[in-house]
Design a protein around this ligand. Structure first.
Ligand code: NAD
Length: 473
């Protein structure tokens, strides 16, 4: 096992902890590094450093903060070749995709700092001038999950810091290491205390959300934890955004060109081994296209190369952790027992160490099956049949989730009309998965609260204030 060389970043300095925990490589199932486990005292110190840094940082102009965040982004870009393999070893994704994730984070850090929220004059009627002014909130607690630790952190850093706040960032205990390296980049590019990174278990997350020194919580993770975060943050009425799970439907219309859309649908479902909040998690296909679509997706899934992310031939890595592997295998076994469904490819783990599951396509999936009702968060794709479009829309909406969705058709405007009837925060036409710097992202229903990214995302890191000034005649 490699020696521990990963450190928290607190007040611009490296810190280790008295205790540490193992980080497991999901491609082997074996620990490969140790991560320091932050104590409550270290969290207090990081929050105090953030508070101290907040005054000077919040008084900088947007342009000055944009420059500092661009320096941080360049520092990250310079270390892609070093951080990429760490991300692959802890997360499992193929190295090319790990490097892509860090490169995308660099791009989004820069692109998300293009907006500003200048003072708006709401009214100027000769009697009064009414202004709407935006203030940064203070110290942000940012908490990320294990599927895209770097890019999800980048969204929070970009808008949170750019708005004038300072931050304590905590990655998932399953994938803490690449984030701690991001903290190293902050040490040399941002003023001390502006961005602190601390690693630890779930308890550390709870300490952050209840801490009286925190003003704003930005949480990305599961619905169950999101509910705990909201309850915990209520103690001091912290501002909260929750980016939670999804069970995204993709509705294929009967005019769709299968040759064009099938590879994109496949990518939208199986990228990152299906461990994406906004992955395609259920496909609704019309009678006319049903069998050809099942065959097309089955062919792609059967040919998909699964292996260790460090192997250049791998297109898909393992599930990230044992708990998630067991959960997905349990849903697959339940699907197999239900004789109404047909597993057309996959449906088993790979015969090797690590948490590998063969890409799995489930035809004839039914509305009441777990694989349709739950967020599977793995490489298993159910395909449901429909006869009438209205019925497909109703079934797609029949869920407590509402993160994202997609409509697949040759008639893009018709696709846009159908999109408006789907209860989800983002609906793409002929596309699924991705974030863009000007597109606010978040969920309907239990998929979340509030929005990150874009103008709504930036505003969510600020407090609006109304100023009413009488004018002399
Ligand atoms: P999780 O909820 O188990 O953990 C997420 C983070 O919360 C981790 O850092 C964890 O340590 C921390 N945490 C755990 N308990 C906590 C508590 N009581 N208080 C505060 N923090 C706590 O989620 P996960 O399993 O790491 O991630 C998978 C889930 O994340 C999926 O449901 C997925 O859909 C969702 N997700 C959502 C988005 C989005 O943008 N909507 C993006 C990626 C992942």
């Amino acid at each position: 096992m490699a020696q521990a060389s990963f450190t928290h970043t607190i007040d611009g300095k490296a810190e280790t902890s008295e205790s540490s925990f193992d980080v497991v490589n999901p491609a082997t199932g074996e620990p490969f590094a140790k991560c320091p486990d932050a104590s409550k005292a270290q969290l207090d110190k990081a929050i105090a450093a953030s508070r101290k840094a907040f005054g000077p940082w919040s008084r900088l102009s947007f342009a000055e903060r944009r420059k500092a965040i661009a320096d941080f982004a360049h520092g990250l870009a310079a270390r892609i070749d070093e951080i990429g393999p760490v991300l692959t070893k802890e997360q499992g994704k193929p190295l090319g995709q790990a490097k892509w994730e860090i490169g995308a984070a660099v791009h989004e850090l820069e692109a998300m700092c293009e907006l500003e929220l200048p003072t708006q004059i709401i009214r100027n009627d000769g009697k009064h001038r009414v202004e709407l002014v935006y203030h940064p909130l203070g110290v942000v607690a940012a908490i990320t999950p294990w599927n895209f630790p770097i890019i999800l952190a980048a969204h929070k850093i970009a808008h949170g810091l750019y708005a004038g706040n300072t931050m304590v960032l905590k990655p998932s205990p399953y994938t803490p290491l690449a984030t701690l390296l991001m903290g190293e980049v902050a040490r040399s590019t941002l003023p001390p205390g502006v961005l602190n990174t601390v690693a630890g278990g779930n308890a550390l997350g709870g300490w952050m959300t209840e801490h009286p020194g925190v003003d704003r919580v930005s949480f990305t993770g599961s619905v169950a934890t999101g509910k705990k975060v909201m309850a915990s943050a209520s103690g001091t009425l912290k501002r909260v955004t929750l980016e939670l799970g999804g069970n995204d439907p993709a509705i294929v219309l009967d005019d769709a060109n299968l040759d064009e859309i099938t590879p994109n649908l496949f990518r939208g479902a199986f990228l990152n081994a299906g461990q994406i909040c906004m992955a395609v998690k259920r496909i609704y296909a019309p009678d006319k296209l049903y069998e050809p679509l099942v065959q097309g997706l089955t062919k792609l899934a059967a040919a998909h190369r699964v292996g260790d992310g460090m192997d250049p031939d791998s297109e898909m890595g393992p599930l990230q952790n044992k708990m998630q592997f067991d959960k997905v295998m349990d849903v697959i076994e339940a699907t197999k027992r239900d004789k109404r469904a047909r597993i057309t490819t996959g449906g088993h783990q790979l015969n090797r160490p690590g948490y590998f599951i063969a890409p799995t396509v489930v035809a004839d999936a039914q509305d009441d099956m777990r694989i349709v009702q739950e967020e599977q968060f793995g490489p298993v794709l159910p395909i449901l049949r429909y006869s009438e479009l209205d019925e497909a829309v109703r079934r797609a909406n029949d869920t407590r989730f509402g993160l994202a969705a997609s409509v697949w058709t040759n008639d893009y405007e018709k696709g846009a009309e159908v999109a408006k009837r789907i209860e989800a925060g983002t609906v793409w036409v002929n596309h699924h998965v991705g974030s863009e710097a000007d597109m606010p992202f978040g969920g309907f229903k239990e998929s979340g609260l509030g929005r990150e990214i874009g103008s709504l995302g930036l505003a969510s890191y600020m407090e609006p204030q109304v100023i009413k000034v009488p004018l002399r005649a």
